[in-house]
Design a protein around this ligand. Structure first.
Ligand SMILES: [Zn+2]
Length: 271
């Protein structure tokens, strides 16, 4: 599933091409891809509007349009938002025709992705927590947030109401980087550990953005290209391989119903 770095990469790609483009038409091939409003209202409200800017909030792509509306896209498992000349694709669920003759295609093999066209972004984004890369989020803020939350680190970091944009891959990478066990209680971290986790989350996400995201299977950027971050992964997907820090074999377990990779030596349950 695309997480913050993949979504940011797509947004950065589309930001180069989309601002100023106007929607001439939209073909909805799978109506359930449109979460709100209904497909006919969606088309009626969209056509004629132009893209003013792109943005991201958590794992959501935001296309801010003329007239104060925002087209919001969540890719979920296999969604992609592709800009290009050709729209012929059996997995295309929604195809937008742009005024320069190009197409913006929402492609989604498993059909879990969703689009919204809203005048009030908070109707969709209102429950999201802090942006982990925000300049407004300090290490002290983050430590305070951890102290106030019950539960273990991994499910907490996956909770979009706590931090917005992190999913399974970058949680495991961040906890490895910080040397913290996924089941450690958030309230059990001392000040040094909380600060380590803060810097680890940001470093892992920034590195992945520099590498244009992690592509295992489906993720592609705004032009259909795979990301380059897989070689940078140090825990996720490395079960049985030696820890790059201590040589112990990376283990795979299940935490919060998610496959979880960690080093049993570098990330001890109580340390
Ligand atoms: Zn290790």
């Amino acid at each position: 599933m695309p997480e913050l770095p993949e979504v940011q990469t797509i947004v950065d790609d589309l930001q180069k091409e989309l601002p100023g483009r106007r929607f001439l038409g939209v073909e909805v091939r799978w109506s359930r891809s449109i979460a709100a409003p209904g497909p006919h209202q969606f088309e009626r409200l969209l056509i004629g509007r132009s893209v003013e800017s792109l943005g991201r909030r958590g794992k959501y792509i935001l296309l801010r349009l003329s007239g104060g509306h925002t087209l919001i896209v969540h890719l979920r498992m296999t969604g992609a938002l592709l800009l290009g000349p050709c729209a012929e694709d059996s997995f295309a669920r929604v195809i937008f025709t742009l005024d320069d003759g190009s197409y913006l295609t929402f492609r989604d093999i498993r059909k879990f992705g969703r689009l919204w066209l809203v005048s009030d972004e908070s109707a969709v984004l209102g429950t999201l927590g802090q942006e982990p890369l925000s300049a407004d989020l300090s290490a002290a803020d983050f430590a305070r947030m951890l102290r106030e939350r019950r539960g273990a680190l991994k499910p907490l970091l996956l909770d979009q109401r706590f931090l917005a944009g992190i999913g399974n891959i970058y949680v495991d990478e961040s906890l490895f980087e910080a040397g913290l066990h996924p089941m450690r209680l958030a309230t059990s971290l001392n000040a040094d550990e909380a600060e380590r986790l803060y810097h680890a989350v940001r470093a892992v996400l920034q590195r992945a953005i520099q590498n244009r995201g992690t592509s295992f299977r489906d993720y592609v950027d705004g032009f259909g290209r795979a990301g380059g971050n897989v070689p940078a992964l140090r825990a996720y997907g490395r079960a049985g391989q030696p820890c790059l820090r201590c040589g112990t074999r990376i283990e795979r377990t299940v935490v919060a119903q998610r496959g979880t990779f960690y080093c049993p030596r570098c990330q001890r349950p109580g340390a």
